[in-house]
Design a protein around this ligand. Structure first.
Ligand SMILES: Nc1nc2c(c(=O)[nH]1)N[C@H]1C(S)=C(S)[C@@H](COP(=O)(O)O)O[C@H]1N2
Ligand SMILES: [Mo]
Length: 157
């Protein structure tokens, strides 16, 4: 597990989230830009490691759907059948989690994958300004990306 005690001075802390790769409109988002989008409240949930260990329990948080962020950036689909993309969310320490176009845009997972920026009504500190969370994963730990700093869209080749 991690020492998140450095709070917002932590070496991995990032105040911006870049959205890049196969998109029409690359973005650099901040907490303020997320607040201008459609925001959704999340109930508390457990963070469960791949090992099964419960490593944390979140408090009530607020975020934006990853899908809404990708719609704003506009994935550069060239045709109806051009939908084999993978989306990599990366933390400032290099940690990564991967999503597919189909699970975000054609599956309930899309309604359960958020970039959160607020906990108990306050800015997130210990784990970065923004965190990626997928609340319907069986083990929520692997795709709980703290110190979130980039989202990259890639076409499968
Ligand atoms: N940026 C980043 N996010 C990360 C990790 C990491 O090393 N770096 N570890 C992951 C793992 S393996 C788990 S189980 C959970 C643990 O989250 P917690 O320490 O907040 O309970 O965070 C995940 N997110
Ligand atoms: Mo883990």
């Amino acid at each position: 597990n991690h020492d998140f005690s450095g709070e917002d001075s932590h070496e991995y802390y990032s105040t911006t989230l870049t959205v890049k790769g196969d998109v029409r409109f690359p973005l650099t988002l901040t907490v303020d830009s997320l607040k201008k989008m459609r925001t959704i409240g999340l109930d508390s949930f457990n963070i469960v490691c791949q090992s099964g260990a419960v490593t944390d329990k979140t408090v009530k948080s607020r975020g934006v759907l990853l899908k809404d962020i990708l719609e704003k950036a506009s994935i550069a689909q060239t045709s109806h059948k051009d939908r084999n993309f993978y989306i990599v969310a990366k933390g400032n320490d290099g940690y990564m989690a991967t999503f597919s176009w189909a699970e975000l845009f054609n599956n309930p997972t899309g309604e359960n994958t958020y970039v959160t920026y607020e906990e108990d009504g306050l800015p997130i500190k210990e784990k970065g300004a923004m965190i990626l969370n997928c609340t319907n994963d069986i083990k929520t730990g692997p795709r709980h990306v703290v110190w979130l700093s980039s989202i990259e869209v890639n076409r499968v080749k």
